[in-house]
Design a protein around this ligand. Structure first.
Ligand SMILES: Nc1ccn([C@@H]2O[C@H](COP(=O)(O)O)[C@@H](O)[C@H]2O)c(=O)n1
Ligand SMILES: C[C@@]1(CO)OP(=O)(O)OP(=O)(O)OC[C@H]1O
Length: 163
């Protein structure tokens, strides 16, 4: 894409990681201390931030984070997902758009994340420079269908900014 006449653009992103014992679980920049299993990943494995970054990029047809941070490149091993999201946000701003609101759904069987909803919303909002109220966070279990797995789905509304 070289330019867009649209004042609004919708972005959608997903991410999934396998869970294994002895690894940290970070979601939306928040370490989940209660988790018995963490994400198997090339980076810090924050599936929420990966899906948000992909949603930002998809809204402007800018590809996905794997193109910018290939998981085959040792240079990105252990990279903070905050850095990946900051890069995606910078690209969106270069294209003169900004996120207006975000809706995200985390599917995870355990632990219960409800008590961390406000903290995760606050963390994602801060990274996107949005008010907390513009980040909606939902949790679902897989009903036991995928107990060793975390899945995140995200929609974002991008609004064109003044030149
Ligand atoms: N890791 C999770 C998963 C779900 N919740 C909350 O539990 C409720 C029921 O979830 P279902 O998947 O059975 O519909 C719902 O209110 C979720 O917010 C949770 O806190 N943590
Ligand atoms: C973030 C990157 C790069 O470190 O790797 P992972 O942490 O494995 O995450 P994923 O969402 O599977 O893919 C994007 C990657 O290229």
């Amino acid at each position: 894409m070289t330019s867009s006449p649209l004042p609004y653009r919708i972005g959608y992103g997903e991410d999934a990681h396998r869970l294994a014992p002895g690894l940290p679980l970070i979601l939306g920049g928040v370490p989940i201390a209660q988790a018995e299993h963490g994400a198997v990943a090339h980076s810090d494995g924050d599936a929420v931030l990966h899906a948000v970054a992909d949603a930002l990029l998809s809204g402007l047809a800018l590809g996905d984070i794997g193109q910018y941070y290939p998981d085959t490149d040792p240079a990105h091993a252990g990279i903070s997902s905050r850095e990946i999201l900051a890069h995606a946000l910078a690209l969106v701003r270069e294209w003169r758009y900004a996120p207006a609101n975000v809706a995200l759904v985390v599917t995870l069987d355990r632990p219960k994340l409800g008590p961390l909803r406000a903290e995760i919303a606050r963390s994602v909002a801060a990274l996107l420079r949005l008010p907390d109220t513009e980040v909606g966070v939902s949790f679902k279990t897989s009903e036991g269908l995928a107990p060793a797995h975390v899945q995140v789905r995200v929609t974002v509304l991008l609004v064109r900014t003044a030149p």
